[in-house]
Design a protein around this ligand. Structure first.
Ligand code: CA2
Length: 151
């Protein structure tokens, strides 16, 4: 069974506590449960993580590169939070490892402030998901399953 690695960046630990109009009322623990259900129905093991630290996310992307090379990783779903819009380091890590990665955003970043319209991640992502609320995590897991079969 391959693993779906789901990485969440800064402030996503605050989900469900503030800004429900933008991010919904579900907590990150709720999102992890939703992802566990979606992974179970697609035959993936789930590895779900969150960090507020850019370097930690870089280290996890490097780890993902090693797991992909070993054949045990289905792919990475990354909600890099605000680092999406600032981090060349994350872009370099994704490019440098060659991992198969889906960029994810809960909100529709293109309907928000102009500084959220540019992503450093997108250039190295296989796919981008945004604006579906936390359901986007389950949709991205379904997309990752399709990618395994070349759909
Ligand atoms: O829509 C998304 O998923 C974002 O990646 C979320 C980031 C934001 O900087 C991106 O532009 C879009 C922010 C995550 C912070 O989440 C919070 C949740 C509840 C309360 C406060 C922050």
């Amino acid at each position: 069974m391959k693993t779906a690695l789901i990485l969440n960046g800064p402030n996503l630990n605050l989900l469900g506590t503030r800004e429900p109009a933008v991010y919904g009322a579900q907590t990150l623990a709720d999102v992890e449960k939703l992802c566990a259900q979606a992974c179970a129905s697609h035959g993936f093991a789930l590895d779900f993580r969150q960090s507020n630290h850019e370097g930690q996310l870089v280290d996890w992307l490097h780890e993902a590169g090693r797991l992909q090379a070993a054949g045990t990783l289905a792919g990475v779903i990354l909600n890099a939070g605000a680092y999406t819009h600032t981090s060349v380091a994350l872009l370099d890590a994704i490019k440098g490892t060659g991992i198969s990665l889906i960029e994810l955003h809960i909100s529709n970043v293109f309907a928000r402030e102009a500084y959220r319209h540019h992503s450093y991640i997108s250039a190295a992502a296989r796919a981008v998901m945004c604006g579906f609320g936390v359901s986007g995590y389950a949709l991205a897991i379904a997309g990752l399953a399709d990618m395994q079969t070349g759909v």
